[in-house]
Unconditional design. Structure first.
Length: 72
């Protein structure tokens, strides 16, 4: 998959300059897979999970500390 590899390369290059990257697109176009494969040494956080979203909203500092620089 040449498109997949090109996108991975672009994401890795972008990550050198930005601490957060958002991958947007319609449902079921491999966004999650692309992110997880490209950044496999980073935590995956899904805000569709109500408890994760509530944690981030209620205590953002602790939430960021929990996910800062920790491989998952």
């Amino acid at each position: 998959m040449i498109i997949h590899r090109l996108m991975q390369s672009d994401l890795q290059e972008t990550a050198k300059f930005f601490p957060v990257i958002t991958i947007l697109g319609p449902r079921q176009v491999v966004k999650t897979t692309l992110g997880r494969v490209t950044f496999s040494n980073h935590a995956y956080v899904n805000f569709e999970n109500a408890s994760v979203r509530n944690f981030a909203e209620s205590d953002p500092r602790r939430f960021l500390t929990a996910y800062s620089n920790q491989p998952h």
